[in-house]
Design a protein around this ligand. Structure first.
Ligand SMILES: NC(=O)c1ccc[n+]([C@@H]2O[C@H](COP(=O)([O-])OP(=O)(O)OC[C@H]3O[C@@H](n4cnc5c(N)ncnc54)[C@H](OP(=O)(O)O)[C@@H]3O)[C@@H](O)[C@H]2O)c1
Length: 319
């Protein structure tokens, strides 16, 4: 299959940034739509990447983005939505309607290759609106006709510089030495962002990826409590993790979801009721996943956090 130009929806985000770098390294042209160009400023130095301000929820805009493209990767997702049944409107728009419209737009534009990123644990009867809507998005991709060569990738929680997971706990532990957390016993198998990006980039040109649903996880399973304790150790802000029982954790999440840029919602907590771990190999083809312990100290240790603060200050950037 010809692979020269790739459209990456959600390409300005955490995974998208690593993926854009990998695709650019392979000499591919990459088109990345964003709702606000300023959010994708970090991608502008990449020579083969075009950042385009566009609304991917508009059919005409989506079709224009797909013009002349050989393959598309969909990374658009949201963590929060007003509640609804079986899932709220923002989950419905980003996780279900967009994949459906994308499949239809690919058919109209003759784009035959689609890699869609979902989440480990996505299930029609999942405990959270997030997981149920992610499952409906997967179903929309699988329902595409024979004309579309699709692959679905389902990562566990993803870590790496710029993640919103380990960095969140590192930030909290700096100021709150006694940290009450819900879902402390939930089991997670964190996967390195570069391993996910490599899997997505490689799968675009792999015939054996077509029609596959692949889980993506790291080499080890941890409870959330173990991960938070590890973050405390590495970041030099060891705290005492206080596991909250279910009802108290729900009250905490209900309060937090009212904060601007809420780090946690009740729906996020419900997602944690389902372990985010894989049954078999953590990555397809027996690829060796990168250990968390090899990477997390590189961005969480106090020396690294100080260095990135002074680096940012010297360049006049926001930290
Ligand atoms: N990060 C994880 O731990 C994790 C774990 C499992 C699965 N995943 C999945 O991996 C994929 C990528 O995750 P990520 O962490 O890279 O996400 P991210 O950093 O939040 O990036 C998502 C991108 O999607 C765009 N976007 C967000 N909401 C949108 C909306 N309502 N309409 C249109 N565009 C929107 C944003 O682009 P603009 O702001 O530039 O428009 C954003 O850069 C997602 O499907 C996610 O569910 C992530």
């Amino acid at each position: 299959m010809k692979l020269e130009q790739v459209l990456v929806l959600g390409g300005s985000g955490f995974v998208g940034t690593s993926l854009a770098n990998r695709l650019a390294e392979r000499g591919l042209r990459v088109r990345i739509p964003t709702r606000r160009r300023a959010r994708a400023g970090h991608l502008l130095p990449l020579p083969t990447v075009d950042v385009i301000e566009a609304d991917v929820h508009d059919d005409a805009a989506l079709e224009r983005l797909l013009e002349g493209v050989d393959a598309v990767v969909n990374l658009v997702a949201v963590l929060h939505s007003p509640s609804g049944k079986p899932y709220g409107p923002e989950f419905a728009k980003a996780h279900v309607a967009l994949p459906r419209r994308l499949v239809a737009a690919c058919a109209r534009q003759g784009v035959r290759r689609l890699v869609h990123v979902s989440a480990l644990g996505a299930a029609e009867d999942g405990p959270s609106e997030y997981l149920r809507s992610k499952a409906a998005g997967e179903a929309a991709i699988r329902a595409a006709g024979r004309g579309l060569e699709w692959t679905i990738v389902r990562p566990s929680v993803i870590f790496g510089p710029g993640d919103r997971f380990l960095n969140l706990f590192a930030g909290l532990l700096r100021f709150i030495p006694l940290l009450p957390i819900g879902g402390a016993g939930s089991r997670l198998q964190p996967v390195y962002v570069e391993d996910v990006a490599e899997l997505l980039a490689a799968s675009l040109s792999m015939p054996e990826a077509v029609g596959q649903t692949w889980d993506a996880a790291g080499p080890r399973v941890y409870t959330l409590e173990q991960l938070v304790e590890y973050v405390g150790e590495v970041s030099g802000h060891r705290g005492l993790v206080i596991p909250l029982p279910g009802p108290l954790a729900m009250i905490q999440a209900a309060v937090m979801e009212r904060l601007p840029n809420s780090p946690l919602s009740r729906d996020n907590l419900r997602s944690l009721q389902k372990d985010s771990v894989v049954q078999g190999d953590p990555l397809p083809f027996g690829a060796a996943p990168t250990p968390l312990e090899a990477i997390a100290p590189l961005y969480l240790s106090p020396q690294r956090r100080r260095a990135s603060f002074f680096g940012a200050a010297q360049q006049g950037r926001e930290f």
